[in-house]
Design a protein. Structure first.
Length: 177
């Protein structure tokens, strides 16, 4: 999220962040957004008795801002089909792997264990199936012989910070239908 805001401030991404919304009241992104003058809100998932009720409240809060695009950044919850369909075509996420490979968690170690020669990150349209939507853009990094999960993750993260703003810009100028 910070790299997206930085890209906006540098003029590389001509958009406005309508709001930063988190399911965690202690999320560092909320403090950063508040300091940047961006409206913030918290919808704590622990306050709801079901995933469906949480997702309905989250969708209602997002709808208050009428966004052209809903960008997930550090949001680590599986969303209901109803939520995803409500924002169909304008809900995007970044995943630390070259989709369709290594959906889910622990992608860096899985790439090393599989003997991959390259790894990276993908920005994709969110669909009801986890990490399965159309890929908007990818960034690639080599997997080095001496890589650990941490070293590979650090190189991928560096690329993610460039990739996400570029993919958002591309998506807003050339939407995927």
């Amino acid at each position: 999220m910070i790299s997206i805001v930085d890209a906006i401030h540098s003029g590389d991404l001509p958009v406005t962040v309508a709001a930063v919304i988190s399911n965690r009241p202690d999320a560092a992104g909320l403090t950063f957004a508040q300091q940047a003058g961006i409206p913030t809100a918290t919808i704590n998932h622990k306050d709801f008795d079901s995933r469906e009720n949480f997702d309905q409240a989250l969708a209602s809060k997002i709808d208050e801002y009428s966004p052209n695009l809903v960008v997930l950044a550090g949001f680590m919850r599986i969303l209901t089909t109803e939520f995803v369909e409500h924002f169909a075509g304008k809900l995007v996420n970044i995943h630390p792997a070259l989709l369709p490979k290594f959906k889910g968690l622990n992608t860096h170690q899985r790439a090393i264990d599989a003997g991959e020669k390259e790894h990276g990150a993908s920005v994709h349209i969110v669909t009801p199936e986890l990490d399965d939507g159309p890929v908007v853009m990818q960034a690639r990094v080599p997997v080095l012989a001496a890589d650990t999960e941490a070293t590979l993750a650090a190189r991928v993260l560096e690329q993610e910070h460039k990739l996400y703003p570029a993919a958002i810009n591309q998506l807003l100028n050339n939407p995927i239908n």
